[in-house]
Write a protein that binds this ligand. Structure first.
Ligand SMILES: *[C@@H]1O[C@H](CO)[C@@H](O)[C@H](O)[C@H]1NC(C)=O
Ligand SMILES: *[C@@H]1O[C@H](CO)[C@@H](O)[C@H](O)[C@H]1NC(C)=O
Ligand SMILES: *[C@@H]1O[C@H](CO)[C@@H](O)[C@H](O)[C@H]1NC(C)=O
Ligand SMILES: *[C@@H]1O[C@H](CO)[C@@H](O)[C@H](O)[C@H]1NC(C)=O
Ligand SMILES: *[C@@H]1O[C@H](CO)[C@@H](O)[C@H](O)[C@H]1NC(C)=O
Ligand SMILES: *[C@@H]1O[C@H](CO)[C@@H](O)[C@H](O)[C@H]1NC(C)=O
Ligand SMILES: *[C@@H]1O[C@H](CO)[C@@H](O)[C@H](O)[C@H]1NC(C)=O
Ligand SMILES: *[C@@H]1O[C@H](CO)[C@@H](O)[C@H](O)[C@H]1NC(C)=O
Length: 432
């Protein structure tokens, strides 16, 4: 509580900014060689750029300045050497996280590199107040090229009646914006060019999402999230380049089917896009076990997945654009589509299950008949002496097949039988 009150007093005293200028003076012993460091560093800014300027003393050599800008937490440091004599430095605000302390340092150097000055530094914090009242997880996407959609979560210490408002600026406003000395309510000075993002999502009365249409798609957008009627709510700065944050509409699954016992085929549609540079994740859940696997595929709108035998399953998919240089957001998950795990495959299976045993049985019956006949050719029945000459037919048969040669010159009809026998296993054991 005391902390909050002290912040209040800060606000009413309008102490918005903390600036530390550290210029290290020259140590006398070494060096008349050393140059004088830059002095009186000042920062001015608007929503799109930060502008530092400094003063320097005349010196005997041609001077250049080396500058570095960094923020507190990110490891990113942007350094530059100004080749010509130039006593100011400008960067885009989108390079840095404006919610963190910004560190600037500069030193002078002779162009021949032989002499240089100590560093002069300026450290600036744009915000004041309890950082836990600012929004968190702020994120904007360009949804299906239709509109910009931003979402966030309220800060932990924000009051329950907090009214977060999202202001945005398009980059073409940049040239019209004057540079101002920064202070924690700086964005108020640019309200005349700001546009309002329309809230659409509320939770417990607190706005947590907003959207707006944009006409020009390539430019950068800058955001400030603040409560315009409560200065104790710490503002939050953010930015985006819409073409790098394009979110696809959720894909539509158009076909799932089991193409064989262990393979599911899935096909989907991504609205308004060819599939190149589209990556899709497929979530396959086996319903009996509740286990799910995620597979991913690039550049195509179908995939074959391994599946358990005959188990019902659910599939949903999501897509995103991938590029070597940008991380586009995933779409929402598609609607789920559920398969029985049996369809298509089951019918063929039933047919095969009936056909194969039937065919085998037929073949066996046929083989047995043939074998019996062959058996009678090799071991012809001994003619009944009582009937031996009783039937001319019997005698003829006996005479015809008594020699082995005769077996191989069987009538055409029987030849088919012998072929069947040679090919089937029982016949080979017979032959041996
Ligand atoms: C520092 O710079 C500001 C703005 O450029 C100027 O008004 C001020 O006089 C300078 N101070 C010194 C000590 O040079
Ligand atoms: C710097 O030197 C130039 C010429 O050498 C002179 O015209 C100028 O007034 C000097 N500036 C300062 C601040 O001494
Ligand atoms: C403004 O916000 C602070 C911090 O969340 C809260 O304590 C205060 O009650 C709010 N004031 C109004 C008028 O809502
Ligand atoms: C929230 O702020 C917006 C923008 O300032 C305003 O239009 C709206 O009326 C406010 N809502 C409430 C409930 O105060
Ligand atoms: C779904 O895919 C399967 C396998 O490729 C195919 O046999 C079937 O005809 C498709 N169904 C539809 C409705 O496209
Ligand atoms: C898939 O998308 C294409 C064009 O993108 C469309 O012609 C087709 O009808 C869609 N198919 C389904 C099943 O929605
Ligand atoms: C995949 O789907 C299942 C059930 O629909 C769900 O429980 C699981 O969380 C999903 N996995 C992911 C990574 O979304
Ligand atoms: C669809 O899947 C999600 C998880 O991916 C799950 O939370 C949801 O309940 C499922 N919906 C239906 C209708 O099965």
């Amino acid at each position: 509580m005391r902390i909050t009150k002290s912040w209040h007093s800060h606000i009413f005293l309008a102490i918005w900014i903390s600036i530390t200028v550290t210029t290290q003076s020259l140590s006398l012993d070494s060096q008349e060689e050393n140059l004088f460091p830059p002095t009186n560093i000042t920062l001015k800014m608007n929503i799109f750029k930060l502008h530092w300027a400094w003063e320097s003393r005349n010196d005997t050599c041609q001077i250049k300045y080396n500058v570095c800008v960094a923020t507190e937490k990110s490891s990113r440091t942007s350094c530059r050497s100004h080749k010509s004599f130039l006593s100011w430095h400008e960067v885009k605000t989108s390079i840095f996280n404006l919610n963190e302390r910004i560190h600037f340092k500069v030193h002078a150097e002779c162009s021949d590199g032989k002499r240089k000055s100590e560093e002069a530094k300026l450290s600036t914090f744009l915000l004041s107040g309890d950082p836990n009242t600012a929004v968190t997880n702020f994120r904007c996407v360009w949804y299906n090229k239709e509109y910009i959609k931003c979402t966030w979560l309220p800060g932990k210490s924000a009051s329950p009646n907090v009214n977060y408002t999202v202001l945005y600026w398009q980059e073409n406003e940049n040239s019209k914006m004057e540079l101002k000395v920064p202070h924690p309510a700086l964005f108020h000075e640019f309200l005349n060019t700001a546009k309002f993002c329309r809230p659409y999502l509320y939770k417990d009365g607190i706005p947590e999402g907003c959207l707006f249409e944009i006409s020009n798609i390539v430019e950068e957008l800058q955001f400030v999230v603040a409560d315009l009627s409560n200065k104790s709510i710490t503002p939050f700065y953010s930015w985006m380049i819409p073409v790098k944050m394009l979110q696809l509409a959720p894909p539509v699954i158009t076909n799932i089917s089991k193409i064989d016992q262990y393979t599911i085929y899935a096909r989907w549609n991504v609205s308004g896009r060819k599939m190149d540079h589209v990556e899709t994740e497929i979530n396959l859940t086996t319903l009996n076990t509740g286990k799910s696997i995620i597979a991913s595929v690039k550049g195509q709108n179908w995939m074959e997945l391994k599946a358990n035998h005959n188990e019902p399953y659910t599939i949903n998919v999501r897509s995103r654009i991938y590029h070597y240089d940008s991380n586009h957001p995933w779409s929402e998950w598609s609607a789920n589509m559920t398969g029985s795990g049996e369809s298509g495959y089951w019918t063929t299976n039933v047919i095969l299950a009936i056909l194969i045993p039937a065919a085998v049985t037929l073949l066996m019956v046929f083989s047995i008949v043939c074998m019996k006949r062959l058996h009678s050719y090799i071991f012809p029945p001994i003619p009944d002496p009582r009937k031996s000459f009783g039937g001319t037919n019997n005698l003829r048969q006996f005479m015809k097949y008594k020699s082995a040669e005769d077996v191989w010159t069987m009538p055409e009809k029987e030849e088919i039988c012998s072929v069947v026998l040679v090919e089937s296993t029982p016949s080979s054991s017979l032959e041996e």
